[in-house]
Each structure stands twice: as structure tokens, then as C-alpha cells.
Design a protein around this ligand. Structure first.
Ligand code: SAM
Length: 205
């Protein structure tokens, strides 16, 4: 089957620093894996960072995914925390486009993925725990490109990050465990989390 395309439909008005780091990581990892990465529904008013725009294989599109794939809907798989079927390596033969919600995680989850579910794409779940968008793309890639089953991928759940000597903060998400045993996060994310946690997280996830 043709190379894979990962599409993140940007569902927020703005592009915050957390999303920016996540999207840059997705772009770089997709390129290394020989896949394409598209950010859809990008309003013309939104300026994307140069570092992202220049990653080979990256495209941004003002149109939404339902317009982009109007004639090819069956090629698209929505990664949906509420789907009844888990994503499997065989899905890599059925679909070549994988769609994710461009929304920051929230705790408890508000199910904003429903905005994409309504559009009628076939859905698959990546297990019961909420993942950050870059983690969800990473896990999907491991399953459909590397053919590693969902339950054979090593994870870290709810990691605790030390902010300073006295404080730590728990990230309420599932991450892929890296070779060093630590959760894989975008470059610069730990520093950003530390900075933001000093201000108070609020709705930042
Ligand atoms: N709380 C969010 C919501 O409102 O739906 C979840 C957002 S999650 C941070 C961003 C995207 O990653 C989701 O829209 C979905 O595409 C994907 N995702 C995250 N965890 C997932 C899971 N366990 N199964 C399937 N997709 C997942």
C-alpha cells in the first residue's frame, strides 16, 4: 500500500506553544519514517512557525479533512478514544490516511474528537487511556508501519515531572516509553511544562 499520511485536523482557534512543539515532533518523526504529515483546517490568519513549515513532507491546508478526502473517505481512519475496535497492524493494509484531533489533552477528557466522529470516518481506538496528539501519532505509526501490536508497545502512564525541589506535577496521559525508560515527549516540552506549572496549568493541557 502507498506511504502513510498522518493528518491532524486543527480544532483550536490558536496555535499554542504546546501544540507547536507537538506538531513539530510529529512532522519530524513522520518525515524520518517516510510518511507525510498534514495539518488541516488551518485558518489563513494563523501563522505557522518556520521550523515546522520547512520540515520535508509537511503540508498545511486551510480545508478540512472532509473536503480533502470527500471522494476517498474509506481510506481515512479516525483515531478515536471512543471507537469500539482497537487499531491493529492489519489496518495498515486497509487505510493509508490516519486522522487525529488537533486538540490538547484535557482532564477529564471532553471528547472533542466527536467533532471529527460526526463526519463519518471509520474509527479505531488506541486503548483506554488518553494520549497526547504526538503520542497518538507515534503509537499509530508503530502499529501500522512497524507492525507492532498495540499491547506490545511499552508505555508510561501518568508520569510525574519534578518542577523543583518541593513540587512535582503529574501528566494525566499515556506516553510511549523511550529506551531510557522515560516517557517520549517533544523536545522542549519538559521545560515548557515546568514554566507553565509555575503559572498554574488551568486549561493548558
Ligand atoms: N480529550 C480529548 C478529546 O476531547 O477527545 C482527547 C484529545 S487527544 C489529546 C488528541 C487526539 O489524539 C484525539 O483527538 C485522538 O485522535 C488521539 N487520541 C488520543 N488518545 C487516544 C486513544 N486512546 N485512542 C484513540 N485516539 C486517541
Amino acid at each position: 500500500m502507498a506511504g502513510k499520511t498522518y493528518i491532524v485536523e486543527h480544532l483550536d482557534e490558536e496555535l499554542g506553544p504546546w501544540s507547536e512543539l507537538e506538531y513539530l515532533t510529529i512532522a519530524k518523526e513522520s518525515n524520518q519514517a517516510g510518511a507525510k504529515f498534514c495539518l488541516s483546517s488551518i485558518p489563513p490568519s494563523l501563522t505557522l512557525p518556520e521550523a515546522l513549515k520547512t520540515v520535508p513532507g509537511f503540508t498545511a491546508d486551510g480545508r478540512s479533512v472532509e473536503t480533502l478526502y470527500a471522494d476517498n473517505k474509506s481510506r481515512v481512519c479516525l483515531l478515536d478514544p471512543a471507537a469500539t475496535k482497537e487499531l491493529s497492524p492489519e489496518d495498515g493494509e486497509t487505510f493509508d490516511v490516519f486522522l487525529f484531533g488537533g486538540i490538547l489533552g484535557d482532564d477529564p477528557p471532553r471528547d472533542r474528537t466527536s467533532e471529527l466522529r460526526k463526519k463519518g470516518f471509520e474509527g479505531r481506538r488506541l486503548g483506554p487511556k488518553q494520549m497526547t496528539t504526538d503520542t497518538a501519532v507515534r503509537v499509530t505509526r508503530l502499529i501500522v508501519q512497524e507492525k507492532i501490536p498495540l499491547d506490545k508497545i511499552p508505555y508510561v502512564d501518568n508520569p510525574e515531572l519534578r518542577i523543583n525541589k518541593n513540587e512535582s506535577t503529574e501528566m494525566p496521559f499515556r506516553y510511549v516509553k523511550g529506551e531510557n525508560g522515560q516517557p517520549i515527549m517533544p523536545d522542549g516540552m519538559v521545560e515548557l511544562i515546568k514554566k507553565d506549572s509555575e503559572k498554574g496549568f488551568g486549561d493548558l493541557f
